[in-house]
Design a binder for this molecule. Structure first.
Ligand SMILES: Nc1ncnc2c1ncn2[C@@H]1O[C@H](COP(=O)(O)OP(=O)(O)O)[C@@H](O)[C@H]1O
Ligand SMILES: [Mg+2]
Length: 400
């Protein structure tokens, strides 16, 4: 029997079983000529972020609402931890499933603290426990403790969205369902909220089903991405790197858009890329030694190291014979990136500064150099072969 049609057996959940399993999940609304979701099979692994992504109207919200039974399926089943959700009262089920939506849905006449405490109050927690939990959650989502006594209208959109996440986490549910939670905030705030979600996820290890129509958001957040087509048809389900490398069909390819190669770069950290040592010499080396290092690399400049720390760089023409490299004044590298920066971020920094090379550091420690040619090779623009690293850390007018 194909794996996707096998229903998990209740009561035998082990850590390798999916946390959420959709089996033949179907919703046909009255008066619609085709189902909104049609026989959807999907496994959501424990502790992962699975992103449902697809064009408007493809059934993302309907799928999410069938998981927490805001919408009852026409046919098919949802299993949470191996148990069919239809076997439990819906209100009890929802305690295990935190829910975050774009409109946030905070109660306007309740304070932030009261909003966050909604579920714990329903569960009959005592006042001290609720107060402690509220304080803890505000801190987790990076909100000042003073905000506890404010009202939703006194907060920014981004802050309200954080409160929505805190409220969903209040009773520590194992699962979070998030429906375009960052769709209404500006791109800068959205980026920060996404980073925060990833950090929360590293700490809490929830199982998260995240809905978006934004493929970049899906690539950034998802351990796996489910690409849906109209009618809730699953076109591809795989980790982002695999989807970018091997789109299953034309629909996926066109949904990924024109910048597939650049998007792949966004998944790789600079520190994981092949960095080169570069033309660097210790400050106590002689001018002659520095020149030969530069020559061997085919460039006319060197970087100067103090132990593991990079001091700067200089043109070899400016080196005076008989003096040590460290006796000369150095220039600062224009592009210094942390080793955790994505290759896309590093490429952007290099191009924006009209430079050719980025220095990669880990705190104060020199890790190596990333030449624009090496990034280009990863994009397979230059078709392999040894990269030409004649680039300099300067922009053209620096020489003049
Ligand atoms: N309550 C409803 N009654 C009738 N049709 C609905 C209802 N909710 C959603 N639909 C239809 O189901 C399809 C999927 O909607 P939805 O799940 O909201 O898509 P998405 O979240 O991907 O944009 C759409 O064609 C939508 O018009
Ligand atoms: Mg929707």
């Amino acid at each position: 029997m194909p794996e996707t049609t096998a229903a998990p057996v209740a009561g035998t959940a082990t850590p390798t079983d999916p946390m959420i399993a959709l089996r033949g999940l179907t919703k046909a609304f009255d008066g619609q000529d085709r189902p909104a979701v049609d026989h959807l099979d999907l496994d959501v692994p424990r502790g992962e972020i699975v992103v449902l992504v697809g064009p408007s109207g493809c059934g993302k919200t309907t799928t999410l609402k069938m998981i927490n039974r805001i919408i009852e399926p026409t046919s098919g089943e949802v299993f949470i931890d191996g148990q069919p959700t239809s076997a439990r009262p819906a209100h009890e089920l929802r305690r295990d499933l935190g829910y975050v939506i774009q409109q946030v849905g905070l109660f306007p006449h309740k304070t932030i603290a009261q909003n966050i405490a909604t579920v714990p109050r329903l569960l009959g927690w005592d006042r001290d426990r609720i107060r402690a939990r509220t304080a803890e959650l505000l801190e987790r989502v990076d909100l000042e403790p003073e905000l506890a006594s404010r009202y939703p209208s006194e907060l920014s959109g981004g802050q309200r969205q954080r409160v929505g996440v805190a409220r969903a986490l209040a009773a520590d549910p194992p699962v979070l369902l998030m429906d375009e939670p960052y769709g209404a905030v500006d791109p800068l705030v959205r980026g920060r909220l996404q980073d925060q979600l990833l950090e929360l996820q590293r700490e809490l290890g929830k199982t998260i089903v995240f809905v978006t129509h934004d493929i970049d958001e899906a690539i950034k957040l998802g351990d796996r991405i489910a690409i849906l087509n109209v009618g809730g048809v699953l076109e591809q389900y795989a980790p982002p790197a695999e989807i970018l490398r091997e789109p299953a069909n034309d629909f996926v390819r066109s949904f990924l858009g024109a910048e597939r190669a650049l998007k792949q770069l966004s998944l790789q950290a600079v520190g994981d890329a092949e960095l080169v040592r570069g033309p660097v010499v210790a400050a106590d080396e002689s001018a002659t030694a520095a020149r030969s290092v530069a020559q061997a690399e085919g460039v006319d400049w060197v970087g100067v190291l103090d132990g593991e720390r990079l001091r700067g760089w200089l043109w070899t023409d400016d080196l005076e014979d008989g003096r040590r490299v460290g006796d000369h004044a150095t220039r600062d590298f224009r592009v210094m990136v942390d080793h955790a920066t994505s290759l896309r971020g590093a490429l952007d920094a290099i191009v924006t500064s009209r430079n050719q090379v980025a220095v990669v550091v880990d705190d104060d420690r020199y890790r190596g150099m990333l030449f624009i040619e090496d990034v280009a090779r990863r994009l397979t623009l230059s078709g392999g072969g040894r990269a030409n690293r004649r680039a300099t850390p300067a922009v053209s007018e620096d020489r003049a």
